[in-house]
Design a protein around this ligand. Structure first.
Ligand SMILES: Nc1ncnc2c1ncn2[C@@H]1O[C@H](COP(=O)(O)OP(=O)(O)OP(=O)(O)O)[C@@H](O)[C@H]1O
Ligand SMILES: [Mg+2]
Length: 250
């Protein structure tokens, strides 16, 4: 039986480019003919569906409620297709429902979904919440998207030490150079010294999009846009490398 690889995208600080990264990784898998689901686990502030201009009726909270009330029929009822075969399970439209969802529900949901996809990407927030900890448990890898900035690097060092303590090799660090127009302060050597560990992947600065909001408003994933793809050969290669190496296909 097929079983999806599950990757969590998280961070140690907010706004480091997690969702942008998750969507472009999803696009990379989809272009490689993998069946991919993006699940928005940023329950109180998730914006995956909004960024994709997705019209949807049911979100993860409906799914949770239907399971509790024994009115759940099939998981497909809560999933909406985007382009190129990317499916989406949206965060609650109403953020007040976020805290009502019991983290253990994720176990049941993932057991159902993992038979239907090659890859499941869990886009989370930056908190070590009970829900995110369940997501970590079920993930094959946990990708920390960080910025070249002092507080990100310090908090990442702490998190890295926690993973070392737990003797977990699930954590990977994705340095996001594309979030700013200008380079960060630290050199690769400085960063390695601060982190006391290697950086696994690096999204190039050339992936910075001047017209970020315009594309987001149009519901576009950068790496599915012809014009952006033309100018993003380096980023395309990096995303392909990440996609393949996470699946151990390189
Ligand atoms: N490639 C990029 N080019 C230009 N700006 C970017 C890029 N990636 C991210 N940004 C900027 O960073 C902001 C945060 O990105 P994003 O929403 O992907 O981060 P996040 O880590 O998911 O945030 P949150 O913690 O709120 O979920 C965007 O609104 C945008 O302004
Ligand atoms: Mg986000």
């Amino acid at each position: 039986m097929k079983k999806a690889k599950i990757f969590t995208i998280t961070s140690v600080k907010g706004g480091t480019g997690k969702t942008t990264f998750a969507l472009n990784l999803a696009a990379t898998y989809a272009r490689g003919k993998k069946k991919v689901l993006v699940m928005d686990l940023d329950l109180a502030a998730g914006d995956v569906a909004a960024r994709l201009n997705l019209e949807y009726e049911k979100d993860i909270y409906h799914c949770y409620e239907d399971i509790r009330n024994h009115t759940f029929e099939q998981v497909e009822d809560y999933i909406y297709p985007y382009k190129e075969g990317i499916d989406v399970l949206a965060a609650p439209k109403d953020p007040r429902y976020a805290s009502k969802i019991e983290p253990s529900f994720l176990t049941y949901l993932l057991s159902k979904l993992s038979l239907k996809y090659d890859v499941i990407l869990l886009d989370t927030n930056h908190l070590l919440s009970p829900l995110n900890l369940v997501a970590f448990d079920y993930s094959d890898k946990i990708l920390y998207v960080i910025q070249n900035e002092c507080m990100n690097l310090r908090a990442m060092r702490t998190m890295s030490a926690i993973f070392e303590d737990m003797e977990s090799d699930k954590m990977m660090i994705v340095l996001n150079d594309s979030i700013n127009k200008t380079s960060g302060e630290y050199s690769v050597t400085d960063m390695k010294n601060l982190l006391k560990r290697e950086i696994d992947y690096r999204i190039p600065q050339s992936f910075f999009q001047k017209k970020y909001d315009k594309y987001v408003m149009a519901g576009t994933i950068f790496l599915l846009d012809k014009k952006i793809r033309k100018k993003s050969q380096k980023a395309i290669k990096v995303f392909q490398l990440i996609a393949r190496s996470l699946l151990k296909e390189d």
